[in-house]
Write a protein that binds this ligand. Structure first.
Ligand code: ATP
Ligand code: MG
Length: 256
């Protein structure tokens, strides 16, 4: 059975998509079978995996509304060697249309059940909002990975996310836990980064992943080529860090 993880943080631009795409590619390099679910109407993970979001025959949108199944809608990321349930701006409409439907928080969970046996990992890239789409991600998942920048405002908003996760755990998905906080875009030369990083370790203990993702320009350049950073420049510090993170995740799921 696949382990399903949501990459979530309602703050925008904190590295959710970069983490989802590169963790997927890193895990694929480590011989894991991975499905990436793009749950964001921005479709950045879709494009970053090398799939053109314009003119998708079927996408996360149809899957959420029940008019296509995952097996039909998924595509292969050749550059990343994982499967992708792609999305584009159409998905924004699902937010409204799903309100009318039965089981509206569990649409994604039910859809994923069908392909569960085909993967070791399912990684869900969430939009920057605590919306019905994100709620579907949280209901489908065994755990949440929270990417964070080590800056002054990093902890602001974290309590909203943690409270949402607690509520989902209590009412909708008893399986759900926070797997960990991932420090991303880390700049070791900045004293502030070091301080916030130390604070995170103090407050959250082993809920903070050991792996730290550095700020690395190769990770930022890769999406414009539709190639995950991990494959675009495997020797770069960013790629190495995401492969190490993949190894850390494989270790963690053995304890789950
Ligand atoms: P959104 O909330 O809009 O979905 P996001 O949380 O998914 O954003 P990303 O798109 O992954 O964030 O990253 C935001 C920007 O930061 C992008 O331009 C990305 O290329 C860049 N970026 C992310 N991680 C790194 C890194 N480790 N080093 C350098 N640049 C990075
Ligand atoms: Mg994103």
């Amino acid at each position: 059975m696949a382990k399903i993880f949501c990459v979530a943080n309602q703050k925008g631009g904190v590295g959710k998509t970069t983490t989802t795409v590169n963790l997927a590619a890193g895990l694929a390099k480590l011989k894991q079978r991975v499905l990436l679910v793009d749950l964001d109407p921005q479709g950045n993970a879709t494009m970053g995996a090398g799939i053109n979001k314009a003119g998708l025959a079927a996408s996360t949108y149809e899957v959420m509304l029940g008019t296509a199944d995952v097996a039909t809608a998924r595509q292969r990321s050749e550059s990343g060697r994982f499967d992708v349930l792609p999305s584009n701006r159409e998905l924004a409409g699902a937010e409204v249309e799903m309100v009318e439907l039965d089981n509206r928080e569990r649409r994604l969970k039910d859809a994923l059940a069908v392909v569960d046996k085909e993967y070791d990992f399912v990684l869900i890239d969430c939009p920057p909002a605590l919306s019905l789409l994100t709620l579907n991600g949280l209901c489908a998942a065994n755990g949440v990975i929270i990417p964070m920048q080590c800056e002054y405002y990093a902890l602001e908003g974290l309590s909203d996310l943690v409270n949402t996760i607690k509520k989902v755990h209590a009412n909708l998905n008893p399986d759900l836990k926070i797997i960990g906080l991932l420090r991303v875009m880390f700049d070791p030369r900045m004293t502030l980064s070091q301080q916030v990083s130390a604070q995170l370790e103090q407050h959250f203990g082993d809920k903070v992943f050991k792996t730290i993702i550095p700020r690395n320009v190769r990770l930022a350049e890769a999406p414009s080529y539709g190639i995950p950073g991990v494959t675009f420049d495997p020797s770069s510090k960013g790629a190495q860090a995401y492969i190490a993170f993949g190894a850390e995740m494989i270790k963690r799921i053995k304890k789950m």
